[in-house]
Design a protein around this ligand. Structure first.
Ligand code: SP5
Ligand code: ZN
Length: 360
């Protein structure tokens, strides 16, 4: 049986975002969310015969459907303000990096004052020191959001499944915070666009190796969008460390519409695929009318950012389980950092979804 494909939304504008490394435990390191990722994914899609379409440019006001407008405005202006303050010359840092954070227990119960220094403003919205802002970061993040919104519009128009090749990724960006190499939450924007387009109930299934603390935050109080995730156990020492535990089940009207399946490091395909089945069962139980898959492939064996040890075949089996739901589906790219395997993992997963059983 010839392998089928799905349309892929991709733009070269991802290249505008070159984080130039990250600061981790106080040390500047090269980082793994690199420009090459976006181009490797495109090359693999093209070679496998996927049709590649440009995103439609959207007005940035769409972002306010899931993000705090003040954070969006910060992201838009942060790098210009950083340069104007002279940090590229003194002390010699041309990317926006925080050094101080307004922890709730340190600033609670008094009026919030936006700090005057750009170096201090850099800590207001980010959770960590690994998510640097360069000159083109905001433009690229906007274009990644355009990919996710365009995919949603294609599905609303009747296309069964679409892949949004988003870079930078998004699932660690919440309503009013960003981090973990993410700036704007592409998957949440997709899910919200489906809702706004008339889809009643949406399920987000997050396969990235890390918990999508941003997506969980955005939908935590809502009954209309289920957030569900399988990820390496934050309690075992993994990012995002503070969030992603099994007892986080949603709040208020959203009680029961959040499902976390933390995995022990090194578990491999068996327990991970059992968890994927549980996520599919939850999506069906949610009576979802459409699916948004946060497709990180950083759980793959050999990936430098996770210890999950999932095989390429494991990703194909997960895709087949998702296909079994029979729902209109948007795949949104998240992580995946093993540059030798990234393209093959993404194409293999999407192909298995389009042609269940076709890879065996
Ligand atoms: C989108 C996504 O997958 N974000 C995950 C970011 C996780 N970053 C954790 C901290 C980075 C530390 N990297 C050091 C690697 C040493 N092997
Ligand atoms: Zn990840």
């Amino acid at each position: 049986m010839p392998s089928q494909t799905l349309p892929a939304v991709w733009t070269e504008r991802h290249r505008l975002h070159d984080p130039g490394g990250e600061v981790w435990v106080g040390v500047s390191i090269p980082g793994t969310e690199v420009v090459a990722r976006g181009d490797l994914i495109r090359a693999a899609l093209a070679e496998a015969g996927f049709s590649i379409v440009d995103p439609v440019v959207h007005d940035p006001s769409h972002l306010h459907r899931v993000h705090d407008p003040a954070m969006v405005d910060y992201l838009r202006t942060a790098h210009d303000n950083w340069v104007a303050a002279g940090y590229p010359e003194d002390p010699g840092q041309d990317r926006v990096v925080p050094y101080v954070f307004p922890l709730p227990q340190a600033v609670a119960d008094r009026p919030f004052r936006l700090p005057a220094a750009p170096s201090a403003r850099a800590g207001v919205y980010t959770t960590d020191t690994t998510t640097l802002i360069g000159p083109g970061t905001y433009a690229a993040a906007l274009s990644a959001a355009d990919c996710a919104l365009t995919a949603a519009e294609m599905v609303l128009g009747g296309t069964r499944a679409v892949y949004a090749a988003c870079r930078p990724p998004g699932h660690h960006a919440g309503r009013g915070f960003f981090g973990g190499s993410c700036y704007l939450n592409n998957a949440a924007l997709s899910a919200q666009a489906l809702r706004d387009g008339g889809v009643d109930r949406v399920a987000v299934v997050d396969l990235d190796a890390h918990h999508g603390n941003g997506t969980q935050d955005i939908f935590y109080d809502r009954a209309d969008v289920l957030y569900s995730s399988v990820h390496v156990d934050p309690g075992a020492g993994w990012f995002p460390h503070f969030v992603g535990f099994a007892d986080e089940r949603g709040r208020g009207p959203g009680e029961g519409a959040n499902l976390n399946c933390p995995m022990a490091p090194g578990g491999g395909d068996g327990p991970w695929l059992e968890a994927v089945e549980a996520l599919c069962t939850a999506a069906a139980g949610h009576r979802a009318d459409a699916l948004v898959v946060s497709l990180g492939v950083d759980g793959a064996a050999g990936d430098p950012e996770s210890p999950l040890d999932i095989s390429a075949d494991g990703f194909c089996r997960a895709a087949e389980a998702l296909a079994g739901l029979g729902l209109p589906t948007i795949f949104v790219q998240e992580g995946g950092y093993d540059l030798d395997r990234l393209g093959g993992l993404v194409v293999g997963t999407l192909s298995a979804f389009a042609t269940p059983g076709g890879h065996r």
